[in-house]
Ligand binder design. Structure first.
Ligand SMILES: *Cc1c(COP(=O)(O)O)cnc(C)c1O
Length: 360
């Protein structure tokens, strides 16, 4: 069997990419807010229904820019169940991550446990919409208002998800997204940041270009720009979103139907409304059962990933150790199964039958 990875990047027909890229090529303008970057930003705003969006070079620098723009220095309440970039952005910006355990069903930060961790040093909440499942946005915003905290959402998985008829990326003071090649929508490398106000948007725009426009220097900044080559990929992928999402949904449902008889845990059906089917997480009953399944799958040249592992509160380079029993427990039992538009239905069948062997 051919190697099957957890994901495979969706690539549009090459001619479509080439045709778009040629516009920048002919002008010999390949980066620094060229016409393709500007066009992609407009199309993303329309697609997501948001006003203040900036296209950037990845989904990590935007977390750092968000912390800078909101002037966060101190303790940041965050989730232990996310990609390491979420925690590292806090550390890189000189703040301290304070881990609050997750809800065992949504895998997102458990708002009922947040208040117990708030002190006078707490400045913000940085939470992830894990696998595209929305955090408890109402509860988080209530807590934030009461304690005067800023809210940042790492929406790296949230492209194409909606919540209350609005893009899931439109909540919080700032939301970020990743357009990395492994994500549902991609620009090879890339990301975006969505601000809740014009004022924040202007600040972020300045940060993205080193803090200066031409010869006028206003503030510190970073290089958060992306190129015409990346924007061209985004412009070529965006018209295929319907097809990408419906293919993902089809395969997702096939996994769910085939694995339903097994005694495993999956994302609750409750979350599947307005969903992007970005990941198919499968929670085994034990670490041993997971390792058995992983070994069998690897033997068949199939490579799911342990997302998310390790639980971020256990990272070896953290100064302050804390425990998050639910996140630690789930991170040892969770595998994300291969899921991408070109995955074949027959391959899903093979994967499920191998898991069946392991889960008995
Ligand atoms: C992918 C991802 C990121 C980082 O995005 P990059 O574009 O790779 O920098 C951040 N947070 C989460 C939750 C992610 O999955």
């Amino acid at each position: 069997m051919n190697r099957i990875n957890v994901t495979q990047t969706f690539l549009p027909p090459f001619e479509e990419y080439e045709k778009i890229l040629k516009r920048a090529w002919d002008k010999k303008w390949i980066t620094n807010n060229g016409e393709l970057v500007l066009e992609l930003e407009e199309k993303l705003k329309a697609y997501l229904g948001v006003e203040h969006l900036l296209f950037t070079n990845n989904g990590t620098v935007v977390l750092q820019m968000a912390l800078q723009a909101l002037e966060i220095k101190g303790d940041v309440i965050t989730t232990p169940f996310s990609y390491v970039a979420t925690t590292n952005a806090i550390l890189w910006e000189g703040s301290n991550p304070v881990f609050v355990d997750i809800d065992p069903v949504s895998f997102c930060i458990d708002p009922s446990k947040i208040e117990a961790s708030i002190t006078e040093n707490t400045k913000a909440i940085l939470a992830t919409h894990v696998f595209g499942v929305p955090c408890d946005i109402e509860a988080i915003s209530k807590i934030a208002e009461k304690h005067n905290l800023k809210v940042i959402y790492d929406g790296a998985h949230a492209f194409g998800c909606t919540y209350n008829d609005k893009s899931l990326l439109s909540y919080g003071d700032i939301s970020t997204c990743s357009f990395h090649a492994t994500k549902v929508f991609h620009t090879v490398e890339g990301g975006c940041i969505i601000a809740s106000s014009k004022e924040l948007y202007d600040k972020l725009k300045l940060y993205r270009s080193f803090g200066h426009y031409g010869d006028d220097y206003y503030s510190v900044g970073i290089n958060g720009k992306n190129s015409e080559f990346h924007a061209a990929m985004g412009l070529a992928v965006l018209p295929h979103m319907d097809e990408i999402l419906s293919k993902r949904m089809e395969l997702w449902n096939q996994y769910q139907n085939l694995l339903a008889p097994l005694n495993l845990m999956f994302l609750s059906n409750h979350f599947l409304k307005n969903f992007n089917y970005g990941y198919f997480p499968c929670i085994f009953n034990s670490k041993v059962e997971l390792e058995t399944a992983l070994r069998l799958l690897n033997d068949h040249n199939i490579f799911p990933r342990k997302y998310f592992y390790p639980s971020l509160n256990t990272l070896p380079f953290l100064k302050f150790k804390s425990t998050c029993p639910i996140s630690e427990n789930i991170s040892q039992r969770i595998l994300c199964l291969p899921l991408y538009p070109d995955l074949k239905s027959s391959e899903v069948e093979v994967i499920c039958s191998i898991i069946k062997e392991a889960a008995q």
